[in-house]
Design a protein around this ligand. Sequence first.
Ligand SMILES: NC(=O)c1ccc[n+]([C@@H]2O[C@H](COP(=O)([O-])OP(=O)(O)OC[C@H]3O[C@@H](n4cnc5c(N)ncnc54)[C@H](OP(=O)(O)O)[C@@H]3O)[C@@H](O)[C@H]2O)c1
Length: 285
Amino acid sequence: MTATIVNGREIAKELRKKISEEIVQLKTKYNSNPVITTIIVGNDSSSKLYLRLRDNACNEVGITSKHVEFDATVSQEKILQTIQQLNTDDSVHGILVQYPVPKHLSQEKFIRAIDQRKDVEGFNPVNLGRTLIGDEYLVPCTPLSVLTILEHEHVALKGKDIVIINHSNVVGKPLAALLLNRNATVAVCHVFTKNLKQYTSKADILITGAGVPKLITTDHVKDNAIVLDVGIIETKDGVCGDVDFESVKEKAAVLTPVPGGVGPVTIACALKNMVKTYRNCVENA
Ligand SMILES: NC(=O)c1ccc[n+]([C@@H]2O[C@H](COP(=O)([O-])OP(=O)(O)OC[C@H]3O[C@@H](n4cnc5c(N)ncnc54)[C@H](OP(=O)(O)O)[C@@H]3O)[C@@H](O)[C@H]2O)c1
């Protein structure tokens, strides 16, 4: 059987349509324009590409996306000061820091500094904590994207054996929480997992975000599994994910491609979060 290939671009387009309709209504109701600001440090090429795609998406739905740019040598204090200014600026409804940041800067300090009401990425400990206890509000965009795709493909989660490869604070851990909140049985794997295949080959749903090309081959996949590939790796032959797409598509029931799978939906999920932070600001002004 050949897998159903998820069309992430189409799902994202549907989401953007809904979001732009909601924004038209909110702009009329509150007589203001949603504005988000991204702090950018240095000149990372994949960040630039992602930013361009996100700015285009913002533009399409009627969100103003502003940038505050710093040289790679900027101090920690300067960024924290900028975050504080944006936190108290009523004309800014959402704040993001574009990661990765140079090594001398603490991502964790920035995450903690962003006002939880303006936390578009849902990385702030309060928002992550809310996700963990099932009070999901501002949920990190990549886990939200995975969930959105599973819902779109009508994949039931209750009682399913799900394996996630990634245990970062922004992908694997919040995703595990979202799936546990929906009564799946979840295993989270990472580089220290002793026998990856032993886990993945039993999974009804496999979600991989390792950033390692061809990490997942047919041996890792159960017959008719749902396989979602979060990995995005730039190689000399173009962009690919973690999954050996051509072989795994003959074994899985549903598979996301890279590019055109999880990525576009993640950007649309960021827009969803921007609408939430906008509401937070204008409704509690
Ligand atoms: N599609 C999207 O929307 C989206 C969004 C964000 C990121 N990404 C992509 O997802 C990938 C991961 O991004 P990230 O920021 O989460 O990176 P990260 O923080 O480095 O996370 C990678 C995770 O995979 C694990 N891992 C790496 N190699 C492994 C292996 N051989 N076997 C088992 N586990 C392994 C790592 O384990 P350790 O922590 O133990 O090292 C870690 O938990 C990248 O390709 C990135 O471009 C995609």
